[in-house]
Design a protein around this ligand. Structure first.
Ligand code: FES
Length: 156
């Protein structure tokens, strides 16, 4: 087990009266340390550190879009498809990313470069369509913006 991760989880655990309350922040820490997703080893580390079962950690992780139980690409593109963004053309934005990246929403490109996903409201409803790229939000994205965004990402 990573001593550093274990120690950091113990610090989190000390903040809460019930160790289970630290599951969510501990999973976020573990995800950061494991390249952006939660492999079984990471779930076990968190479970052991907080004295809960790995199944409890899986249950929490599977509830939140921000926690991932599958590997992700080096760049993560997430399009909000909730109501405000849907009304502003989010589906066309998703389809444009699928075309430009050559990967379907919910999947990672064969070279591991990109993961494309759809997410629920990103909190920027007044600036629809919102796209999170590596957790940084782009606002008012239209399908016509997508080729330039992908070109920029491929060049970065
Ligand atoms: S609906 Fe897309 S940011 Fe709220």
């Amino acid at each position: 087990m990573s001593e550093t991760l274990h120690d950091r989880i113990q610090e989190l655990r000390a903040v809460y009266p019930d160790p289970r309350s630290a599951i969510l922040p501990a999973l976020r820490l573990a995800q950061e340390e494991h390249g952006g997703w939660l492999p079984p080893a990471a779930l076990r580390e968190v479970a052991d550190s907080l004295e809960v079962t790995p199944a409890t950690c899986v249950a929490v992780a599977s509830f939140y879009d921000q926690l991932r139980l599958e590997p992700v690409g080096r760049r993560l593109v997430e399009v909000c498809t909730n109501i405000s963004c849907a009304l502003a053309g989010a589906q066309q934005v998703v389809e444009a990313f699928e075309r430009e990246l050559g990967v379907e929403a919910g999947a990672t490109s064969a070279d591991g470069a990109f993961t494309l996903g759809t997410v629920e409201c990103l909190g920027g409803c007044g600036w629809a369509t919102v796209v999170a790229i590596d957790n940084r939000h782009r606002l008012r994205v239209t399908k016509d913006d997508v080729p330039a965004i992908v070109e920029e990402l491929r060049g970065a």
